[in-house]
Design a protein around this ligand. Sequence first.
Ligand code: FPP
Length: 234
Amino acid sequence: MIPKHVAIIMDGNGRWAKARGRPRVFGHIRGSSRIKSIVEGASDLGIRALTLYAFSTENWTRPDTELTVLWKLLKKYLIKEVKNLEANNVRLKVIGEIDKLAPELQTLVKSSEACLAKNTGLFLTFCVSYGSQREIVDATKRIVNDVISGKLMATEINEALFENYLWTDFLGDLAKVDLLIRTSGEQRISNYLLWQAAYAEFLFMDVLWPDFSKENLSQAVNDFSKRQRRFGGI
Ligand code: FPP
């Protein structure tokens, strides 16, 4: 079985650059250039949703020089790739605390999403200034507000309703992650899609993100297809 929703923690850019005696940002530049072929690979494999962790709520503590490069790379990706995504029928969403980004970048994000909104192929989602705990707290606040304003009754709150308030709501049934890949060999979830990955299969791969290839994605999908998922049953 092909995983419908694959989520990736793109880890190891810094180590990739360090191994080559280059500054960390060199790894981010190379890492961002990998995204195009992984998106193509995901579409070719029949994956329906690909969610990439580009920047966490905790990443704001990194030096300004590194942050500036990361924002430039996101901007460059959006400017350069929207045409290509359109040609490949890809839908794009950026989730996270987007209001913390520079206004110009926010506008670019919104216009890129709008350009691709009518497509029917792969859902490509970038998590930017994203933290799963923040997402869950945000959902809780909006639920409480809806209860206070009388739009919702407390007795109506259940898992399905809660999911409607998460930032992945637009994915519908696809929001549940089937396969979560972390590159670089680290074995942590780092505040990523905690709710959505409740029954995900985890795969920690010993390859640094700037080296991650379509073949690695294929291997991951192949590994997933051999797993037995029981969702708590027997
Ligand atoms: C983790 O590696 C990677 C990040 C925090 C950033 C990921 C960003 C990109 C791949 C480029 C972003 C561009 C777009 C278009 C979304 P790390 O820096 O923590 O590596 P390390 O653990 O080896 O130090």
